[in-house]
Design a protein around this ligand. Structure first.
Ligand code: KG4
Ligand code: ZN
Length: 342
């Protein structure tokens, strides 16, 4: 089965071709980051319009790279939600119209399912069951993953997502949107002992998170500095923020491992690219003899490959294909409600 995957939930247009026997054949991606940076965040209307512009050239590119034509496609998988309504509608309408024209079925996919299955695209994929730490711009969750379509929410953020906290703190430190990766780079030259920020909900006894207070703590630090922020202050504050958020993410992940008795942890979503998070998790896992799996760096942030993969895996797990034509997006869609019968 050759599955075409289409991602358009936020500010990346992603197209990929995944063959259930041969694996990922090709993928093409366009990031709108530069366009939104001017406004300090994603502008939904601009995002939708850009998806419209990019989707056809990206599809042509992905087909050419895979050496396939549209006639070879057996099913079209696309992100149905969660995400920006207008952005989702572009990918969804395009996928359904294309499938209708090709007389092929569709497979609507949950965006977070794509993220948490994305480590299966790597050369050394994790086996089920595992715990997934999903850390993206919009979500922070710990899930028990028993198989494709079998997800149990163990804990989640009560307010800001981890990526959102990175981006908001980065903005306070004068970095452009999306600041997560830039803050992390800045933190490398920061002194870890200079400032101590709170570790929100570290001892809450459950697996939930809260990051909005951490961002406020960065704001307080910034305000105490007065008019100008020195390079050293910005680096030290970035380091203090990163130390705090990484400690909470790592400790809660380890708590989830202990609580469930599982031995494999999968880290997915954009914040999974963070180097300090990776090295701290690796050290903790080594100490406890656990395995940690990460998606390839290019599949940490939004992409079409994870959607094509999720579609193909759902097919293999027996999820029904949908006749093309009728469609609806789900901008808000908890993953637990997208189990086997998606
Ligand atoms: O998964 P993703 O592409 O989008 C959502 O589905 O939300 O994640 C994007 C988020 C952004 O908040 C971005 O700042 C953050 O991931 N991010 C990072 C790093 N690279 C991306 N945060 C911390 N460190 C990084 N290296
Ligand atoms: Zn995402």
């Amino acid at each position: 089965m050759l599955v075409l995957g289409i991602e358009s939930s936020c500010d990346e247009t992603g197209i990929a071709l995944y063959d259930s026997a041969a694996g990922l054949l090709s993928h093409a991606l366009h990031s709108q980051v530069a366009m939104h940076a001017e406004y300090g965040g994603v502008v939904p209307e601009l995002a939708s319009r850009d998806h419209i512009r990019r989707v056809v050239p990206l599809l042509r590119d992905a087909l050419a790279r895979a050496g396939r034509t549209l006639a070879d496609v057996d099913a079209v998988a696309y992100t149905r939600g969660p995400g920006l309504a207008g952005a989702l509608l572009v990918g969804c309408a395009f996928a359904e119209a294309l499938a209708l024209a090709l007389d092929k079925p569709t497979m609507p996919v949950h965006h977070l399912e794509g993220h948490l299955l994305s480590p299966l695209l790597s050369a050394d994929p994790p086996e089920f069951p595992f715990i997934a730490l999903l850390v993206s711009g919009g979500h922070t969750q710990l899930m028990r993953v028993t198989g494709v379509g079998e997800y149990e929410l163990l804990g989640e953020t009560l307010d800001d997502a981890a990526g959102e906290a990175f981006d908001k703190s980065a903005k306070l430190l004068g970095l452009p949107y999306p600041g997560g990766a830039l803050l992390s780079k800045l933190a490398e030259s920061g002194d870890p002992g200079r400032y101590e920020l709170p570790r929100p909900m570290l001892h809450s006894g459950d697996l939930n998170f809260s990051f909005s207070g951490l961002k406020t703590a960065v704001l307080t630090l910034v305000r105490e500095q007065g008019e100008t922020l020195t390079e050293q202050f910005r680096a030290d504050a970035a380091r203090a923020f990163q130390e705090a958020i990484v400690e909470v993410l790592v400790k809660k992940s380890m708590k989830a491992m202990k609580q469930t008795g599982l031995r494999r942890l999968v880290v997915a979503g954009g914040v999974g690219a963070n180097r300090q998070l990776r090295s701290t998790l690796d050290a903790e896992a080594k100490r406890r003899r656990l395995r940690v799996h990460y998606p390839e760096l290019e599949f940490c942030t939004d992409n079409g490959a994870m959607i094509a993969l999720a579609g193909a895996l759902r097919l293999a797990a027996g999820s029904p294909l949908k006749p093309a034509g009728a469609f609806a997006v789900q901008p808000r869609w908890p993953l637990e409600f997208a189990q086997r019968s998606c």
